[in-house]
Write a protein that binds this ligand. Structure first.
Ligand code: GLP
Length: 247
């Protein structure tokens, strides 16, 4: 794992966006794995700026999102479909038919999950997967004790995740209890991974994921076994790491 620590969230977001931009410039038909949450917002903002001001071209890019809540009504503002549209897709030129986000309303979930996996394979696999992390170590919606080999599936959210994500809903009771998520095995198949964590809230789980034992109780620790992971942190998120090189 390559660990890069920036003084603040803005520097971290810019560094992350530079990595994404390099992949897209080197391979104009790159396949990007995308995440939601607060963490990648500034990174997406920087990609939008690069698209507008530097001509960063997404016209041949394909994207796969990690996850989506189960059963949200179409267009629900807390859906990850709405998040992606608002925070990235409507501002750049990735073609609609190249965008893949799990369909939380799929009737036959196992069949949908198989098709989603097959679409990733047909696209040639994910070149760069962007990841945030939940305070309990989840990536995508792979909660503690998820199988490291899991593929895209219907996952049950823990109470702590529902509390963390309740800001987007009325309260944790109305936060959906399930989501469709890429599995840990799906994520580990990506050629490279950009793992972004910001803020003091994430300091302990970052230390556990990066320096702690590899255990299914900390899903993000699976990344220690991936050959090409760049971890980008701000100072507060890095504050509990013992071995880091600061930039
Ligand atoms: C959600 C998403 C994750 C994300 C996590 C952290 O649960 N499913 O993909 O990484 O939240 O969110 P935030 O970046 O808001 O801390």
């Amino acid at each position: 794992m390559k660990i890069i620590v920036h003084a603040d969230a803005e520097g971290a977001a810019r560094a992350g966006a530079r990595i994404v931009a390099e992949v897209v410039r080197r391979k104009p038909n790159a396949v990007l794995g995308l995440a939601t949450g607060h963490t990648p917002l500034e990174l997406y903002g920087e990609l939008i700026r690069m698209h507008r001001e530097e001509g960063l071209d997404f016209s041949r890019v394909t994207t796969f999102n990690l996850d989506e809540y189960r059963d949200l009504p179409p267009g629900h503002p807390a859906s990850y479909h709405a998040y992606m549209e608002k925070n990235l897709f409507r501002h750049i030129n990735v073609p609609g038919q190249n965008i893949h986000i799990p369909d939380g309303r799929a009737e036959d979930v196992p069949a949908f999950c198989e098709v989603f996996e097959e679409s990733i394979r047909k696209a040639g696999g994910v070149d760069l997967q962007i990841l945030g992390v939940g305070t309990n170590g989840h990536i995508g919606f792979n909660e503690p004790s998820s199988d490291f080999r899991s593929r895209t599936h219907l996952a049950r959210l823990t109470e702590s995740t529902r509390r963390d994500n309740a800001f987007a809903f009325e309260n944790s009771e109305t936060t959906p209890p399930h989501a469709i998520t890429m599995g840990l095995g799906t994520i580990m198949d990506s050629r490279s991974i950009l793992f972004l964590a910001l803020g003091e809230r994430k300091a302990q789980i970052v230390a556990d994921a990066v320096e702690g034992p590899v255990t299914e109780m900390v899903p993000a620790s699976v990344l220690q076994g991936h050959p090409d992971v760049t971890v980008i942190l701000d100072e507060p998120a890095a504050s509990r790491l013992r071995r880091v090189a600061r930039v």
